[in-house]
Design a protein around this ligand. Sequence first.
Ligand SMILES: Nc1ncnc2c1ncn2[C@@H]1O[C@H](COP(=O)(O)OP(=O)(O)OP(=O)(O)O)[C@@H](O)[C@H]1O
Length: 302
Amino acid sequence: MSTVEFREVSKRFKNVEALRGASFKISDKTVTAFLGPNGAGKTTSMKLIMGFLKPNRGEVLVWGEEPWRNEDIRGRIGFMPEKPVYPVDIAVEDLLNHLAMLRRISRTDLRRIVRLVGLEKMVEMKIGALSRGYIQRVGIAQSLLGDPELLVLDEPTANLDPAARRGIIDLLKVLNKELGVSMVISSHIIPELQEVSNYAVFIDKGVILDYGYLEDLWRKYETEAAFHIEATDVNALGKILIEKPYIRSVKRLNGVLEVSIDPGHYRSFESLLMEMGHLVKSYSFKTTSLGDLYERVVRGRS
Ligand SMILES: Nc1ncnc2c1ncn2[C@@H]1O[C@H](COP(=O)(O)OP(=O)(O)OP(=O)(O)O)[C@@H](O)[C@H]1O
């Protein structure tokens, strides 16, 4: 079953159609980059996933249930809004203790979350004294209360300087590794998301342009990409590969071959790797740019 499914969803605010017949699925155990320009409908989609809004038409399903009708489902999702707003003159620990108490979260669990999001040294500080990046961390801590199975983060890196953005992306990577929760992360700042996500939904003007596993999308849109290959004999395989006209470069990186090939030849290249099975231990597909993929998806539809 999909974690999230939108079936022909429309959402209207007075005379603005924020979503227009949006259909997509998000597979289980994925980290999804939810990508689109300003006003595309990302926040509206997230609020529908959270059950804060009800669609005008169509169905929003999370684990097969409609969140706006089902409190249990809502309780299994953690949400960080785009700009978390807290009272400025309260200490971080007082705020989090209060939020934890409302949700009946134990002190031990709260301490674990505070440690995980890197707020240990900030707990005595007033919210008003925190940088934007640390306020985002408080927002992430809040979204983690109650051990959600799905985390929905609306633009977690928006309005942050590069160092703070880096910090948040590294934190998301840790959360994914440590907690293994599914995540949906909206953004229009694309490059960083490439490091954490393995799935994407592209949206523009309330319309879903495409969605799926990044590995499949990169192949489908033939974006620039490289393969990383572990070989039983790196030199022998390298010599064979460099002869192929569609292979642009073969580099050796810590015993692994990084092979860059012309877009459009992925299938023939993968067939070749099958044929070379005796020399190939394993391979993975790496992209060079999520931004490039985004451009192609948007251009492909316009
Ligand atoms: N409560 C509301 N009332 C009226 N219009 C709204 C409301 N919420 C969203 N909209 C409109 O719906 C459209 C989609 O907005 P949404 O916030 O979902 O986009 P977004 O992709 O999250 O954009 P951003 O990146 O700027 O946050 C926009 O035109 C927005 O102005």
